[in-house]
Design a protein around this ligand. Structure first.
Ligand SMILES: Cc1ncc(COP(=O)(O)O)c(C=O)c1O
Length: 402
């Protein structure tokens, strides 16, 4: 018998990553291309951000700013702009030299934070459904993810159903091994925005149990109902919270991958230790452009929000007309729907079928769940697309399903 090769003994892929094959976005986007369907699966805008910001990037490239390795923590202009943004919008003061770190998008900020702060055996509590990179980054760090499920208030909610955090469930999930809470508000994929009261309760719990918190606030400027309150602004939280955001959603340049972390010098230093061996630095010229973008007048942020609010309303109404159980989107790019009113129950099967059936691509929320049963009947649609695209998608869904 031939001797076993090393590949037979052991899979090539690090076993920590075994459960993370091709992402659903790749599968669904390929399906969209093959069928010519409208892709409302992935959350990226189909129009670019402000011309002035694009021009700022071109200027930086031409002037030779950022074409060579920028400083490890990020270019000073951007770190100062991030600190000013936190101060002006939220009254949170951060020292741009010691308390701000620029990353390759929020994705790297999340990965570096988890690699820096989590050791094997540590438990990380994440709100379920969760953005897919959370699970992979927790796994890479050797941590154990502990999902706390956001639950639908159901069709009887007089204001329309939304997903809510059960604070008792969150409290019960904390053990002696819990190292950190990984939060996301506004929340992808449910569109829920945690309220001031919910955040205050989370903050109290974090202080009481001495937990670190990593909070992903990439949709901070996309709140349509309610308000975005950074968790770091609650008593006892600034010293234990790593706040993450990025330019992708706020300025409609998701391909630039400019993100950032704000936290205490000790936390930033820990995150930087991991970050320096992931990318070291990235996006030199874009960093200068994002520094200018963060200083755009309030009218820019207002118009972005109102434009997306109208798109949310268009898509939500169309989905309701087509027979979906539409959940309230308070923020983000996404509407989560319940397919049970359509007589369906398996979001995976529904989404695999939808491009052929209706010419539209959506994503099954179950991919964001450990508790598959809890996620099975929910399907996510993105509305960060041109009005004409949304109108056509809604018409197709109405014809095929309505
Ligand atoms: C909740 C959430 N966090 C992080 C990201 C990634 O952000 P970035 O493109 O800046 O890495 C996304 C992108 O869809 C997201 O939805």
């Amino acid at each position: 018998m031939a001797p076993m090769t090393s590949t037979e003994r052991r899979p090539l892929l690090n076993r920590r990553l075994a459960e993370f094959g091709t992402t659903i976005f790749a599968e669904m986007s390929a399906l969209a291309v093959r069928t010519g369907a409208i892709n409302l699966g992935q959350g990226f805008p189909d129009t670019d951000g402000p011309e002035s910001v694009r021009e700022a990037a071109v200027r930086a490239l031409r002037d030779g700013r950022g074409n060579q390795y920028p400083p490890g923590p990020g270019v000073p202009e951007l770190r100062e702009a991030i600190a000013e943004h936190q101060a002006k919008r939220y009254g949170l003061t951060y020292d741009p030299d010691r308390e701000v770190l620029v990353t390759a998008g929020a994705t790297e900020a999340l990965a570096a934070s988890l690699l820096a702060l989590v050791e094997p055996g540590d438990e990380v509590i994440a709100l379920e459904p969760y953005y897919d990179s959370y699970a992979a980054s927790i796994a890479l760090a050797g941590g154990t993810r502990v999902p706390v499920t956001l639950r639908s208030t159901g069709p009887d909610d007089p204001q329309g159903p939304r997903f809510r955090l059960d604070l008792d469930e969150l409290r019960d999930a904390v053990t002696d091994r819990t190292r950190l809470l990984l939060l996301n508000t506004p929340h992808n994929p449910t569109g829920t925005v945690l309220t001031r009261e919910e955040l205050a309760a989370i903050a109290e719990l974090a202080v009481e149990r001495d937990l670190l918190v990593v909070t992903d606030e990439v949709y901070e400027h996309l709140v349509f109902d309610g308000e975005h309150v950074p968790l770091a602004s609650f008593p006892g939280m600034r010293e234990r919270t790593v706040t993450i955001s990025s330019a992708g959603k706020t300025f409609s340049f998701t391909g630039w991958k400019v993100g950032w972390v704000t936290a205490t010098p000790e936390l930033v230093s820990a995150v930087r230790s991991a970050k320096q061996f992931l990318t070291f630095v990235s996006a030199g010229p874009f960093q200068y452009a994002v520094a200018e973008a963060l200083a755009l007048p309030d009218s820019y942020f207002h118009e972005l929000r109102e434009d997306l609010r109208a798109k949310r309303d268009l898509l939500a109404a169309g989905l309701a007309d087509a027979g979906f159980g539409v959940h309230r989107t308070q923020g983000t790019y996404f509407v989560t729907t319940d397919i049970r009113p359509l007589g369906e129950s398996d979001g995976f099967a529904f989404c695999r079928d939808l491009p052929e059936r209706a010419g539209v691509v959506a994503v099954p929320n179950a991919v964001f769940y450990d508790h598959q049963d809890a996620g099975a009947p929910f399907v996510r649609f993105a509305f960060c697309k041109r009005e004409s695209v949304l109108t056509e998608a809604v018409a197709r869904l109405g014809t095929a399903l309505g």
